[in-house]
Design a protein around this ligand. Structure first.
Ligand code: SF4
Length: 356
């Protein structure tokens, strides 16, 4: 059954797989690495433009390692999961400086790089170096779970081990790169999460899920995502022609990106902003006026719903040096990477007068 699966998958790949992607067949580990990191948690359609932007701006690992971090984050702006970008920079520096620009060439050494897990290490080692390592991502787990009729949840320790072992047993050792790309493509275009193309699928005579009408039930997930709701109020404090921002730190969303003065509230704020103790404390009781209050903005992240508003405040005096924020002129603002949530506001606020 395993040999049938592999043979038919490769047959489908040779005769019918028309899925094209710019990095398909790519052998340069640097480009493969970039594409894989960008595509973690990101749809191909969205990731494509970022991939091209990165290759254009940082053609080699040395270019990426030597670029100012702010410039790299600016390029990443809008992709989300910013720890990926932070790890990308750290790994580029390691390859460029410690490894003298030579990309590690085995699964085990690739996995030592920051931000690289088993899936990415298998992808790079097989695509760039033809190492016999099976990639296992959501696509691969789904195909295997359905074809073999396995109901072990894919997000448990036992499940991960089982799918990893099966995937490794299925790979064609004489052509691991082609096999890995084929199974991922097959999961993306034939054995899709919703409405898989079972009726015309080459695997359907042997597929357990198809034969037993279990396609909709497989694969099984144990945990359902717990989502939280957050309320972020951003104050655009304007004083002497400048406004105040800071870089986000800590292990939270949007790490390393920039933001205006933030008040995170437990729920919607119903006090008049002018009367908020937060503002009075921040401005040391110096006079200020609330100039503009934006509409409510909303962004859905994987685990969180972000709600919030932008409040423009004219302050009679600058913020004290120990406020944790620094001042920038409006013309400089575009040089800083911001999360999409803030960019939605900045892009809609086309008039500088409105922003200030
Ligand atoms: S028959 Fe359907 S469920 Fe089975 S492998 Fe093909 S597309 Fe997937």
């Amino acid at each position: 059954m395993k040999a049938d699966f592999t043979r038919k998958l490769l047959q489908w790949n040779k005769e019918s797989n028309t899925r094209s992607m710019p990095w398909k067949g790519e052998r340069d580990p640097y480009k493969i690495w970039l594409s894989e990191i960008i595509l973690q948690q990101t749809r191909v359609e969205q990731g494509l433009a970022y991939y091209h932007k990165f290759i254009e701006n940082f053609p080699t690992v040395h270019d990426l390692a030597n670029a100012p971090e702010q410039e790299v984050f600016k390029c990443w702006e809008g992709l989300g999961y910013y720890s990926r970008c932070k790890n990308l920079i750290a790994s580029a520096k390691k390859i460029s400086q410690e490894l003298k620009g030579v990309f590690p060439s085995t699964y085990d050494t690739i996995k030592e790089l920051k931000g690289i897990g088993p899936y990415t290490a298998a992808a790079i080692s097989s695509f760039a170096f033809n190492e016999n390592r099976a990639v296992v991502d959501g696509n691969v787990q789904r195909v295997i779970s359905r074809y073999f009729g396995i109901s072990t949840p894919i997000d448990t320790t036992a499940g991960k081990k089982l799918y990893q072992e099966l995937a490794q047993a299925l790979i064609d050792p004489s052509q691991p790169a082609i096999y890995n790309q084929a199974i991922m493509d097959f999961g993306a275009v034939i054995c899709k999460p919703q409405l898989p193309l079972c009726a015309t699928c080459i695997q359907n005579p042997e597929c357990e899920a198809y034969k037993h009408n279990l396609v909709k039930q497989l694969p099984v997930k144990e945990k359902t995502l717990v989502k939280s709701t957050r309320w972020l109020y951003y104050f655009i404090i304007v004083s002497e022609g400048c406004m105040y921002i800071r870089q986000r730190t800590g292990r939270d969303i949007w790490e390393n990106l920039h933001e205006f003065v933030l008040l995170e509230a437990e729920g919607p704020i119903d006090t008049a902003f002018q009367d908020l103790p937060f503002l009075k404390d921040l401005l040391h009781d110096n006079p200020f006026t609330v100039q503009h209050i934006s509409k409510m903005y909303k962004q859905q992240l994987t685990h969180q719903t972000i709600n919030g508003q932008f409040i423009t405040v004219h302050a009679s005096k600058p913020l004290p040096d120990n406020s944790g924020y620094f001042s920038v002129a409006q013309a400089q603002l575009a040089a800083y990477p911001f999360p999409k949530f803030i960019n939605m506001y900045l892009q809609e606020t086309s008039s500088p007068a409105r922003l200030f």
